[in-house]
Write a protein that binds this ligand. Structure first.
Ligand SMILES: [Zn+2]
Length: 318
């Protein structure tokens, strides 16, 4: 038997047919095409599922369950209580999908699904205690404890990006100031890079050359490229960024003591300039310096497939 994993995003609905070894046998993607009603979106989810099954040369008869990862907070009844991205408010998404596909359906926040996918089938390799930290526009995450997702009383647990690192720090859209994601997201790194370029009035650093003289060209990888070339200013920006990232990661390790803490997002591929120095900084910060067992910090391995595989795996952990 196979499972269907659906990653419902604001732009695309991505579906994968996942076998018992967590391999993806077929995929399909259709546009979410917002704004649309939840019923119309559920119709498109069914369409994408049938397309993915067609690619895998399978039918619904071979499907044991369906899992959905969605933005927003999902409660125990499979209702998306609120999703700003999708315009959902108390939307019974699990029932809408179950009615259309006729299979047991499980639904969970998308960041939690991605964490579960990495914990079981990615860099976690099946460990029971696992924390995922995803560096993107914000800082997302998910927490797996004893093999189960930590959801809290309302499905909204794991919002690690909104731990406050600097009281009265940089304002955050969540309403507080100084949140982790204002310092440690990929967006924050781009802002920090631009600020450093502004201070370099002579424009002597490689950052200006790589950005072709326009700080609008700065992206998440440009800073790492300058750092690879040994540019002093880039290395300073990166060191300060890693100081903040390390504080947040050390907090998470101190609270949860996971076996593996995974760093995801586009910049997580910068092992020698990200994972290695981060690990070194965290070693100096963690509370359990003398414990024999220590959390391993790893880069995510599944990329965008983590959300699909994790959604498919919901049937095993719910
Ligand atoms: Zn915040």
């Amino acid at each position: 038997m196979v499972k269907l994993g659906i990653d419902l995003g604001g732009t695309n609905i991505a579906v994968g047919v996942v076998d018992e070894q967590y391999h993806i046998l077929g995929t399909a993607s259709v546009k979410t095409d917002l704004p649309r009603s939840a019923e119309a979106i559920a119709d498109s989810m069914k369409e994408a599922c049938l397309l993915a099954l067609g690619e895998a040369r399978l039918t619904l008869n071979e499907v044991s369950s369906v899992g959905v990862g969605t933005p927003g907070a999902v409660n125990e009844e499979g209702v998306v209580e609120f999703s700003a991205n999708l315009g959902f408010l108390d939307t019974p998404l699990r029932d809408l999908v179950e009615e259309r596909l006729g299979k047991p359906t499980y639904i969970e926040n998308d960041a939690n699904c991605a964490a579960l996918g990495e914990a079981v089938a990615g860099c976690g390799g099946g460990v029971k205690d696992f924390v995922a930290v995803t560096l993107g526009t914000g800082v997302g995450g998910g927490i797996v404890l004893d093999g189960k997702l930590l959801t809290g009383i309302n499905g909204a647990a794991g919002e690690i990006g909104h731990m406050v690192l600097e009281k009265d720090g940089i304002p955050c859209p969540c309403g507080r100031c100084g949140c982790f994601e204002q310092y440690a997201s990929a967006t924050a790194l781009i802002r920090q890079t631009r600020e450093a370029m502004e201070q370099d009035r002579e424009k002597t650093s490689r950052l200006w050359a790589l950005a072709e003289g326009d700080h609008g060209n700065v992206n998440g990888l440009l800073l790492f490229n300058a750092a690879h070339e040994g540019d002093e200013r880039a290395l300073q920006v990166l060191d300060k960024y890693l100081d903040y990232l390390a504080e947040g990661v050390a907090d998470l390790i101190n609270i949860f003591q996971p076996e593996v803490l995974c760093i995801g997002g586009g910049i997580s591929k910068q092992g020698d300039f990200l994972i290695a120095p981060l690990t070194e900084k965290v070693e100096g910060l963690r509370y359990t310096k003398h414990s024999k067992k220590q959390t391993r910090i790893c880069a995510a391995t599944l990329g965008n497939d983590a959300g699909i595989i994790g959604a498919a795996l919901l049937a095993d952990v719910k």
